[in-house]
Design a protein around this ligand. Structure first.
Ligand code: GAR
Length: 209
């Protein structure tokens, strides 16, 4: 059975969706870089072990990442799932977990990498928005996309309503992708990403239009 670690910094609603999904893999542990993250409580309520690794306690990014890496090795983790983890990871850490680490980002990548995605979508006047699950590579929000949730931007939407609506989609696509990885339906191979034995060119899309 695949052992999963979930890395969090905040509320952890995506962590909750993963817990509730009863995955084929086992969530072996949850790491937070913030003591106040509600995600820690969610993990504890579900009986999942937690580690608080505060980035502030480390002299630099590499030292912080080394501490996380060691924790992941101690838990014997196969897959790292970033769920609202708001730290940029060092190239060394990303390399160590290449093909074994996924992230969810609140935009239709490759559009709107980085922060404040909902407001930027509104500022541009886009009519479609959503979220993307992707493999993590050294370049921010740029790894192979595995699945996207797509929704229509309504005329009355603001950044908050969009964030809430995107969250609903995140809670559908993230457990689904993690389950596909757990069952081997998605595989990271030397020639790229295979989806059910076929090369995955474009992300699988879930639309709520
Ligand atoms: C989610 O919307 C996720 O897409 C976003 O943080 C939120 C975490 O919510 N992640 C990023 O912006 C990463 N660049 P949660 O703590 O309730 O799961």
């Amino acid at each position: 059975m695949i052992k999963i670690a979930v890395l969090v910094s905040g509320s952890g609603s995506n962590l909750q969706a993963l817990i509730d999904a009863n995955l084929s893999g086992q969530i072996a542990g949850v790491i937070s870089n913030k003591p106040e993250a509600y995600a820690l409580e969610r993990a504890q309520k579900a009986g999942i072990q937690t580690a608080l690794i505060e980035h502030k306690q480390y002299p630099n990014r590499e030292a912080f990442d080394d501490a996380m890496h060691q924790q992941l090795l101690d838990w014997d983790v196969d897959l790292v799932v970033l769920a609202g983890f708001m730290r940029i990871l060092s190239a060394k850490f990303v390399k160590a977990w290449e093909g074994k680490m996924v992230n969810i980002h609140p935009s239709l990548l490759p559009c709107y990498k980085g922060m404040h995605t909902h407001q930027r979508v509104l500022n541009t006047g886009d009519t479609l928005h959503g979220c993307t699950v992707h493999y993590v590579t050294a370049e921010l929000d740029a790894g192979q996309a595995l699945a996207q949730g797509v929704l229509k931007v309504n005329p009355h939407d603001n950044a908050e309503t969009l964030a809430n609506r995107v969250h609903v989609l995140e809670h559908v696509i993230y457990p689904q992708v993690v389950e596909w990885i757990c069952t081997g339906a998605i595989q990271h191979t030397a020639r790229g990403v295979d989806y059910r034995g076929q090369p995955l060119q474009a992300p699988v899309q879930f639309c709520k239009l």
